[in-house]
Design a protein around this ligand. Structure first.
Ligand code: GLU
Ligand code: MG
Length: 489
């Protein structure tokens, strides 16, 4: 079936940016002038040829809104040339859509006026193995004047990738994808399999399905590292290899849409929601992140704890310090706080620890002999209601803030912090992360780091959606929050 036409992200600079080196290659064209448009139109011919040869007739131009929902406009393949240079129209009002499709407003963005252009990233178009005849293209959003739109989350992730490069740093990122497979019956979630957590029984019950999910991902050029049954009823997980930050966010979207499409063919519904059954273990969206300088992983081979270099510790310290505000970005839904509870491997405490699955920041050091390539930071408190572009951009922003301020890490936490009396914790500052979206949004609102990094229009729109969703679910019971959000992502 499908094949990948994904190429190196480094190709994504427009002609007008040529000669500006690696930074521009990573962040893509900042403005679309006549030269850039002409070059993109020219390049779209070869891409359309490859897509056509793979049987594609439709291209889904997909972006993720501030509620973490994948929204789309689709074009017939014959319109790709036009879309590559000029984009496809879309209202900015989608930046203030809520999880239930209600619409709020914000200081700079909202209301019926204006139009934006969705410009497909030609280097990231994937032929969809689970939807024959379709391809999926992530988009950057531009103004009608050809400038990067200030509310564009993918552009924010590109910009932060560029800032890291200015510090001589590159990041490698991957998102773990957990989902619950089943159906809904009379408002209840009915799992697609009955076997135990991590049980081979589940793999046998879902043998054809599991093979097809992994096969479809691989046919799209995704490197699948693992597929396994998770803890909760009907819950499964795939892990994929790392990519550059924007590429990892693109892949997390592609992986989820592929899982959804394959599941539909098997007659199943998919929930990536933070909470699928109130009170049970939910779906995480853990992010793995390693930081590299001059080809070396700064999280290994240094004189610090567990081999951290001073850069590695400062970057991790920056993330740890900003975690309460980052939680609003990575756990952005009211439902997120039904998942983010202690003793559920969700990382509900602002602390770090080597291989500690109850610490929001887990330092993964890997096996001896490969620490240098394997060491990474796992941010566990995030879920898949998050916009992955905001996640990677915000993590880099927080890490770079740590570098600038020379942040250090407090003593590490081992064991489940919930079971340790506050006075006995090695890290006296280890505390519960926000316990509600309202609390997290308060931390975000006060975060100069994230406000400055996102820029006012994006920051205010994202914050307004958090506040409106808090209001939307005010006084609603956990069961009803879950029932109203289970199938939204
Ligand atoms: N499902 C858990 C969560 O909500 C994570 C389980 C794991 O450690 O993979 O994050
Ligand atoms: Mg897992």
């Amino acid at each position: 079936m499908g094949c990948s036409v994904t190429t190196q992200a480094g190709d994504s600079a427009g002609a007008g940016d040529a000669g500006s080196g690696g930074r521009v290659a990573a962040i893509g064209p900042v403005t679309l002038g006549a030269e850039q448009r002409a070059e993109l139109v020219r390049r779209s011919g070869a891409v359309a040829g490859r897509l056509g040869a793979a049987g594609v007739t439709m291209v889904a131009l997909c972006w993720i809104d501030n509620s973490g929902i994948a929204r789309v406009k689709s074009i017939p393949l014959g319109r790709l040339e036009r879309a590559a240079g000029w984009g496809v129209g879309m209202s900015p009002v989608f930046d203030v859509f809520l999880v239930n499709d209600d619409i709020t407003t914000s200081k700079y963005i909202g209301g019926p006026d204006g139009d934006l252009r969705l410009v497909p990233d030609l280097d990231r178009i994937a032929v969809l193995a689970g939807q024959p005849g379709w391809a999926l293209a992530p988009v950057d959003r531009y103004t009608q004047e050809g400038r990067r739109y200030a509310g564009c989350q993918r552009s924010f992730a590109r910009r932060m990738t560029g800032e890291a490069l200015e510090h001589g740093l590159t990041a490698r990122v991957s998102f773990e994808i957990e989902w619950a497979l089943g159906m809904e019956d009379d408002g209840r979630f009915v799992p697609a399999c009955a076997g135990p957590a991590y049980g081979m029984t589940r793999v046998i019950e879902l043998s054809d399905y599991g093979r097809e999910v992994v096969g479809a991902l691989e046919r799209q050029g995704i490197v699948v590292e693992q597929f396994h049954p998770e803890y909760a009823a009907g819950q499964l997980e795939v892990s994929v290899a790392t990519s550059d930050p924007v590429g990892a966010a693109d892949e997390s979207v592609l992986v989820r849409q592929t899982i959804r499409a394959v599941s539909a063919r098997f007659g199943f519904q998919v929930s990536f929601a933070p909470s699928v059954v109130a009170g049970s273990v939910g779906n995480g969206g853990h992010v793995h992140l390693s930081i590299w300088r001059d080809g070396k992983n700064v999280l290994a081979g240094g004189p610090g704890r567990h081999g951290l270099t001073s850069d590695g510790e400062a970057f991790a310290g920056g993330i740890l310090a900003s975690l309460p505000a980052l939680t609003a970005v990575g756990a952005p839904s009211v439902a997120s706080y039904l998942r983010l509870v202690p003793s559920h491997w969700a990382g509900a405490y602002q602390c770090w620890g080597q291989e500690n699955r109850e610490a929001a920041l887990r330092l993964v050091t890997g096996s001896s002999g490969e620490h240098d390539v394997r060491a990474n930071l796992e941010v566990k408190c995030f879920d898949l209601a998050a916009n992955p572009y905001l996640v990677v951009g915000s993590l880099i922003a927080a890490g770079l803030d740590g570098l600038r301020s020379g942040a250090t890490l407090p003593p590490e936490t081992s064991g489940d912090p919930v079971g340790i009396a506050a006075g006995d914790l090695a890290d006296p500052d280890a505390r519960r992360l926000p316990q509600s979206l309202a609390e997290a949004a308060g931390h975000l609102e006060r975060s100069a780091v994230l406000r400055g990094a996102m820029g006012e229009p994006l920051f205010e729109a994202f914050l307004a959606v958090r506040k409106a969703e808090t209001e939307l679910f005010s006084g609603v019971s956990p069961d009803d929050i879950v029932a109203r959000t289970r199938w939204r992502w």
